[in-house]
Design a protein around this ligand. Structure first.
Ligand SMILES: [Zn+2]
Length: 239
């Protein structure tokens, strides 16, 4: 049994990574990092990960713990990949990473992130001085394809997976959303479903009844140009 910290976005890859660790008897903390400049996406993701949390706890009682990590304000046109990665690293370090045996990120084969793996490892090492004990950073899904993990993840979890970068909110309370069918992720989903018959997520979802106050929050990080400022945490509002 290992204590594992996972960067958990509610997407297919990180949901599978959490599930696989739980299935292997590990104790998992999933850290969700909020991207503030995409309000709809954040609302949808938070709602879905709270539903996923409920399912994980039903199947693996006491072994899963959800943390809402840092809020990030990434106001920067196209070049957000490296900035987002820096933020995940900081967010993971903030989450008392030293108290875990491993920190895991769910990058799969052909993921955009794969070409940044060395950078991510370097960042991890560079930032590690801020915590008392350096914890190994692992990418367990690197040699798995999206298709493979989609086949391994039970349907009840797949149904809750989020992928759209720009979901449309069609009703506030209870929350109903619609995928945009036009963003990079929606297009990739269409490609994958046409090519491999992958199905995950749903066109519409309604919402959770969880209490946002029950989740710890960390400071906001603002990324504008190259400036990084820490700001006090605010409450995350979920309906
Ligand atoms: Zn979309």
């Amino acid at each position: 049994m290992k204590r594992v910290l996972i960067s958990f976005s509610g997407g297919l890859d990180s949901t599978y990574l959490v599930y696989d660790n739980l299935k292997n008897g590990n104790i998992v903390t999933g850290v969700y990092t909020t991207i503030e400049n995409n309000v709809n996406k954040t609302r949808v993701e938070l709602n879905q990960i709270k539903k996923l949390e409920k399912l994980f706890l039903e199947e693996f009682p006491n072994n899963f713990n959800l943390e809402i990590g840092m809020k990030i304000n990434a106001q920067s046109g196209n070049d957000v990949t490296m900035k987002q990665i820096s933020i995940w690293i900081i967010s993971l370090l903030y989450s008392r990473s030293s108290t875990y045996d491993e920190v895991q990120i769910g990058a799969v084969m052909n993921d955009d992130m794969i070409s940044f793996l060395d950078d991510i490892k370097n960042l991890w090492d560079a930032f590690s001085f801020v915590v008392p004990k350096k914890t190994p950073l692992i990418f367990p899904l690197m040699k798995k394809s999206k298709c493979e993990i989609s086949n391994l993840l039970p349907q009840k979890y797949k149904d809750l997976v989020v992928f759209c970068e720009d979901p449309k909110i069609i009703n506030d309370i209870p929350l109903l959303f619609e995928n945009c069918n036009n963003c990079h992720s929606c297009k990739r989903y269409k490609y994958e479903s046409d090519l491999w018959g992958l199905t995950y997520g749903q066109i519409q979802q309604n919402i959770s009844d969880s209490d946002p106050a029950a989740y710890p929050t960390y400071p906001t990080i603002k990324i504008m140009g190259s400036d990084v400022d820490l700001e006090p945490a605010e409450n995350v509002n979920i309906h």
